[in-house]
Design a protein around this ligand. Sequence first.
Ligand SMILES: [Zn+2]
Length: 241
Amino acid sequence: MFTLIVPDLYGLDLGMVNVYLWTGPGGPSLIDTGLPGTVGKLLSALRRQGIEPADLQRILVTHADFDHIGGLKALKQVSPARVCCHAAEVPFVRDGALKPAGPGLMGWLTRPGFLLIHRLYRPGVSRVEEIVIEGHVTPEGFTVLHTPGHSPGHMALWHQQRGILIAGDALNNRGGRLQLPPDIATPKPAMARESLVKLSKLSYEVACFGHGPPIVGGAAAAVAAFVQAQGLAQQGTRGSG
Ligand SMILES: [Zn+2]
């Protein structure tokens, strides 16, 4: 069942990953789709909200990891919702490419596992009707923030007017503890840190994560404190677009 986070924004905890539902202007729209095996759960949660798949306007994809786009193919079969992702993520969402491995030995060691999951689930290969870049404002009112590192075209979504940040996997909050996405699944960890620094400079009260519970109230301050504690603020400030 979807849980209300703030008016017009709901979260659905699918066990290992979250999906978000926006019911405000421009919606109803989904942010991410969970795993392939949980799409039934997602559809029934939508129906309990009074939303039929045919009603969905848009599926905003933060990035193409299998736990975020796993439900995409099945959803597209029952919904006319338009798929929206960052231009640099298109090869992974539309063409089913697998993002590069994480760095070093661990990246190399875990590569066969990621390849196997990718081959089994074939999560990608969806039409992408809306290809966006940094600064694009979606009809829902979210500004696209290109936050590469965890994946080349990772995007976070910032609703400036409502003070909401959807961080995707630019920042995790597993167990209510802020943490960077794991290096083994992050091809460019240094870039992921820069992306997080960028998010820490914005203003928002609410932050929602691909993994872990949302922060409702004082979210930007919590993210900025995390960035300070990790010593990231002094590191590179190279912009990304
Ligand atoms: Zn994830």
